[in-house]
Design a protein. Structure first.
Length: 256
């Protein structure tokens, strides 16, 4: 058995809505081997998923990170402060039973993908500059790597062009090839960035979490720089996006 040596800072950002907290009921967090997998233990008892299934993790690195999330809880357990645990639970509890629906939900973002919308350079020059900088390379990578052409819309248009059936087929193939762990990470990254292109680029190591955040928040970042940050709104959104994208990137890397 390995005592958890990896500690994370107590979470300072809480989601305003989410699973209810409960009192901490354990003293020690550890990890140990479980055949060809790893598991987290609380006071020497294996940690299950929320659905009661065995939480068998594919790497020691991920087990240590999830153990650190549990170790960082104070007098109350805050599920919102454990994004890696949430991703692992999704991979074990949800994806195997709802794989087709999960893929369908992810593919739905192709039509309204963040990277497909283009600002009018005359009205919003800084937004357009950032869109060209961050979105064009991601769409080019998507086309070259997965054979999916997601065309950008006309400047200022409220809708992107229709998504070709060939692109949908290519994206479906890319999603279907993923493991349950990677599909859970892609779902989180896609939902948070509102972009399947950004999600796949993050999983494919074409971009890191910082670049994914920049691509996902082009308009918000430009507006904050122009008008200023609204405390209690922009800062919460930024923290959430940063945590979710960084967690998805780490989770995907730790389950390869």
């Amino acid at each position: 058995m390995h005592r958890c040596l990896l500690r994370s800072r107590p979470a300072t950002v809480r989601q305003r809505r989410g699973a209810a907290s409960r009192p901490r009921f354990y003293k020690h967090t550890s990890i140990d081997r479980d055949g060809d997998a790893w598991r987290v233990t609380l006071d020497a008892r294996p940690l299950p998923t929320p659905a009661g299934q065995a939480l068998r993790l594919p790497s020691q690195r991920l087990a240590l990170a999830i153990a650190a999330e549990w170790d960082a809880q104070t007098d109350k357990i805050e599920p919102a402060a454990m994004p890696l645990m949430a991703l692992a639970s999704t991979a074990v509890d949800q994806i195997p039973k709802e794989r087709d629906q999960t893929i369908s939900n992810i593919l739905a973002y192709a039509t309204t993908d963040t990277c497909r919308f283009v600002a009018d350079a005359a009205r919003e020059p800084e937004v357009r500059r950032r869109q060209d900088k961050y979105h064009e390379p991601i769409l080019a990578w998507l086309r070259e790597t997965h054979g999916a052409e997601l065309a950008r819309g006309a400047p200022g248009a409220l809708r992107a062009p229709p998504t070709p059936p060939e692109a949908v087929d290519a994206l479906t193939k890319a999603c279907a090839a993923l493991s349950s762990y990677h599909l859970a990470a892609l779902q989180a990254a896609t939902f948070e960035s509102k972009s399947i292109a950004i999600g796949l680029a993050l999983l494919g190591c074409e971009i890191d979490a910082e670049a994914a955040e920049a691509a996902a928040r082009v308009e918000e970042t430009a507006n904050i720089e122009r008008w200023g940050l609204v405390e209690g709104a922009h800062d919460y959104d930024l923290a959430r996006v940063r945590v979710q994208l960084a967690s998805a990137a780490f989770f995907a890397d730790a389950t390869r």
